[in-house]
Design a protein around this ligand. Structure first.
Ligand code: SF4
Length: 212
C-alpha cells in the first residue's frame, strides 16, 4: 500500500470517528484564544478551560490583563504546569498586543511569534482557528500517531513532521486533520494503551500491538 493510499484510508476513518473534530479550547475573543493556546503547552485543554473561565471574567480586557499583578495571574492559573512562566506570558502577550498591534491579534506568523510564549505550533493553531489559514500544527498526539502509522520517521522532529504531513495531506484537510489526529491520539491511539483491537487502520500501523 502506498503512503497516499494509507493517508486516504486514515482520513476516511478519521471522518467516520470524528466528523466534527474542532478546537476544544474555550474563548470569546481572539486574544483569549492566543492566551488559551499558550496556556495549553504541556497540559490538557480541559485544564486550561477550567482556569480561563474565571481568569477572563476577573480580567475581562487586554488592558486589565496587561496591568494585572503577576501574583494575581499566578493564583488564577496555579493548577497548570509552568504557571509562573505562563503568568508572565499572559501579561507579556496582552501588553505587546496593545503596544504593537493596536489590541488586534495579527495574522502574520512572524508577528504572532513575536508574542511571549508563542512558538511555531501555537502560531499555526491560532492562524488556523482564527483566520482559517491552512496550517498544520504538530502536537504530541499528532506526532505520535503520524509516527505509528509510518507517515514520518520515528526520529523526525516536530519541524520535519509538519513538513512531511503537509506534503502528504491535501491542503484543504490540514486544519480538520490536525483536530482529528488530536482526538484520535487522545481517545484511541493513546500513548500508553492504544485501543488497537478496534482500530480499523491497524493493518498498516507499524506499532499495532500486541492485541491488534
Ligand atoms: Fe494506534 Fe493501535 Fe491503531 Fe496503530 S493500531 S494506529 S497503535 S490504535
Amino acid at each position: 500500500m502506498t503512503k497516499q493510499e494509507k493517508i486516504h484510508r486514515t482520513l476516511t476513518y478519521l471522518d467516520e470517528l470524528f466528523p466534527d473534530a474542532h478546537c476544544e479550547l474555550h474563548y470569546q475573543k481572539d486574544y483569549e484564544l492566543v492566551i488559551a493556546v499558550m496556556l495549553s503547552a504541556q497540559t490538557t485543554d480541559e485544564s486550561v478551560n477550567a482556569v480561563t473561565a474565571h481568569l477572563f471574567t476577573r480580567f475581562p480586557s487586554l488592558e486589565s490583563l496587561a496591568n494585572a499583578e503577576i501574583s494575581a495571574l499566578e493564583s488564577e492559573i496555579r493548577t497548570l504546569g509552568l504557571f509562573r512562566n505562563k503568568a508572565r506570558n499572559i501579561r507579556g502577550i496582552s501588553s505587546k498586543l496593545l503596544d504593537d498591534f493596536a489590541g488586534v491579534v495579527p495574522q502574520n506568523k512572524e508577528a504572532l511569534m513575536s508574542l511571549p510564549g508563542v512558538g511555531n505550533k501555537t502560531a499555526n493553531v491560532i492562524r488556523a482557528e482564527l483566520f482559517h489559514i491552512p496550517e498544520f500544527a504538530v502536537d504530541t498526539h499528532v506526532a505520535r500517531v503520524s509516527k505509528r502509522l509510518g507517515f514520518v520517521n520515528p526520529h523526525d522532529d516536530v519541524e520535519a513532521i509538519e513538513k512531511k504531513m503537509r506534503r502528504l495531506l491535501p491542503e484543504s484537510r490540514y486544519i480538520k486533520t490536525h483536530h482529528q489526529l488530536i482526538h484520535f491520539g487522545r481517545y484511541v491511539c493513546k500513548a500508553r494503551q492504544p485501543q488497537c483491537l478496534n482500530c480499523k487502520i491497524c493493518a498498516f500501523c507499524l506499532e499495532k500491538n500486541k492485541n491488534c
